[in-house]
Unconditional design. Structure first.
Lengths: 295, 279
């Protein structure tokens, strides 16, 4: 057909728009993120009123030495842990349930789940805020808690945000696991039944090992998503709660950079978040390879 | 056996009701008259449905303008990313060249970058872009188009690669024998064949751009006219004295396009796949 050289030239032509966009708007910003995190970069430096000062790892030592950073990190981990376990439990239970019901009931459940999945994060957050509104919310009226503010207390606020996050992220787990269960050959399950295995025994010794790779994928995917929740926390707690007691890493980075104009420090928090997620991703890929998945 | 299935179905229906309830409450609140919304005894029905809240959202809160802004950004992102991703996917599946494997690995790695961490460098990048091309700088919709184009590309290329690979190589040989050049083949043969894949991919790009809150909040600082829906909606929610009717009407307007696309893409995908098998 055409020469190898001609193919190479054509490939370059086809790929150049994509390469240009990715290098300029993803590659370069990643490099810049690291660079900025090494400088004292505040409002004065941005406006040119003061010279840039190279701090080396100064921003990082400030961060690691501040009690607030550690408490935000702990909150982020705890919040993600609650969201991930809630998402997995609700998703897995409903996935198993979906395999035992007739199509009409399954369609009902899947349509509702698709609706929750499709709702934009900001819209979902405002709906939940209204449902739990202190004065006009349905929940308070049903529970007889007139005037009780769910977003005021630290733990009720975190709980409310976690509930909204679980609501919009369990459908992914449910639909993926449902497809996984359906993909198990019926012969395998029949063989187990012939061997006298009970329903519980079949689930534990036959289905669970077969679903393991899929379970690992949805778990790690959920960890990655829930670790970087921004919109729900920002909208529902009004930017991180009273005195910042509902901050998670991404909201903390945003507040440091754009509210306090500490861009260097904000960038350093961004680097820390990226490194943590990178570690989770590496773990993810290794788990995938171990379970025999081909990329 | 039958009793346990009925029980499972009852549980499923209750679960579906609970999951769908927030959406039902959103639409119900949007069509309730104002007095019933601001009530300490909310009822799960209304006898006097009205579009007043939608009118207030569109006129008082100027939601129509923000809706249009969101549409402009999402449509521009979809059009550009499909064009760029289609070319890249065609090169990565159809052409042999050095560095091809490296490119594929890079595409996977890039998808792992948490874009939320890039607000600071992207803010400064858009600030400098704006100094030479204002339309793509801070406070302009162009800045949002640029970043969402970049965010959606890696996944779009990856997904389209599969659709391009599914088109038989024999078709390309036949087209070449018929005298079609590479350009003719690309746009006249390959492009229509991967159209179902383009639809599925573009819906995901659309939803990403449509839902974005973080970058809209970071880039559109002082230009109220250039806000997008998520940003506008968040501004309406005040610590107290909320016009919940209008807020829920706005949420409804924001959610409906995404819901429609979700349903649409399912059907298109199925029919597209069925069509390619039959043909």
């Amino acid at each position: 057909m055409t020469t190898a050289r001609g193919q190479g030239r054509a490939a370059l032509a086809y790929l150049s728009p994509a390469l240009l966009v990715l290098v300029a708007l993803l590659g370069y910003p990643v490099y810049q993120l690291v660079v900025i995190s090494f400088f004292d970069y505040g409002q004065e430096q941005v406006s040119g009123g003061a010279p840039l000062e190279f701090l080396g790892l100064g921003n990082y030592s400030t961060l690691l030495g501040s009690a607030k950073f550690w408490s935000v990190l702990g909150q982020t981990v705890g919040f993600a842990a609650v969201c991930v376990s809630g998402t997995l439990v609700v998703g897995a239970v409903l996935a198993v349930l979906s395999t035992r019901i007739r199509p009409w009931a399954r369609t009902c459940l899947f349509l509702a789940a698709l609706g929750a999945w499709a709702t934009p994060a900001v819209a979902g957050s405002t709906i939940w805020l209204f449902l739990f509104d202190a004065n006009f919310g349905l929940v308070n009226s049903l529970l007889g808690l007139d005037g009780f503010s769910w977003t005021y207390g630290k733990w009720t606020a975190f709980g409310l945000v976690a509930a909204e996050v679980i609501w919009c992220s369990f459908p992914f787990v449910m639909i993926t696991l449902y497809a996984g269960i359906r993909a198990i050959p019926t012969e395998v399950l029949e063989a187990a039944a012939l061997d006298g295995a009970s329903g519980w025994r079949t689930a534990r010794s036959v289905m669970l090992p077969l679903l393991r790779p899929l379970l690992i994928v949805v778990t790690i995917q959920s960890i990655i998503w829930d670790f970087k929740v921004f919109t729900q926390v920002y909208v529902m707690t009004g930017g991180g709660g009273i005195a910042g007691r509902n901050l998670v890493l991404n909201v903390y980075a945003y507040q440091e950079a754009f509210a306090a104009s500490e861009y260097g420090l904000g960038a350093a928090i961004g680097v820390v978040t990226t490194l943590i997620l990178l570690a989770i991703t590496v773990f993810y890929l290794r788990a995938l390879r171990r379970s025999g998945e081909v990329l | 056996m039958k009793a346990s299935r009925s029980l499972a179905e009852a549980v499923a229906v209750v679960a579906a009701g609970v999951v769908a309830f927030p959406l039902f409450w959103m639409v119900l609140t949007a069509v309730k008259p104002r007095g019933e919304v601001i009530s300490t005894e909310p009822r799960p029905w209304t006898t006097r449905p009205t579009l007043d809240s939608f009118v207030r959202a569109l006129t008082v809160q100027d939601f129509g303008r923000y809706f249009l802004n969101s549409v402009v950004v999402a449509v521009a992102v979809v059009a550009l990313s499909m064009l760029v991703a289609f070319l890249a996917a065609a090169a990565l599946t159809r052409l042999r060249f050095r560095g091809r494997t490296t490119m594929l690995v890079m595409l996977l790695v890039v998808q792992m970058v948490p874009v939320e961490a890039l607000t600071v460098p992207l803010f400064f990048l858009m600030r400098s872009v704006g100094q030479s091309v204002p339309a793509f700088g801070l406070n302009h919709l162009g800045s949002l188009v640029l970043v969402h184009l970049a965010f959606s590309l890696p996944f779009a290329i990856w997904m389209l690669r599969g659709f391009v690979a599914a088109v038989p190589v024999e078709l390309e040989e036949a087209a070449t024998l018929d005298g079609a050049g590479r350009f003719r083949f690309l746009w006249g043969v390959l492009f229509p064949l991967v159209a179902p894949g383009l639809v599925a991919t573009s819906v995901l790009s659309f939803i990403h751009a449509w839902n974005d809150f973080l970058f809209a909040k970071t880039f559109i600082i002082s230009a109220a006219d250039n806000q997008t829906l998520p940003l506008a909606l968040q501004v309406f929610v005040k610590p107290d004295d909320n016009d919940w009717g209008a807020i829920m009407a706005g949420s409804t307007l924001m959610t409906i396009p995404v819901l429609v696309f979700f349903v649409l893409v399912q059907r298109r995908l199925v029919s597209g796949l069925a069509g390619s098998v039959k043909g």
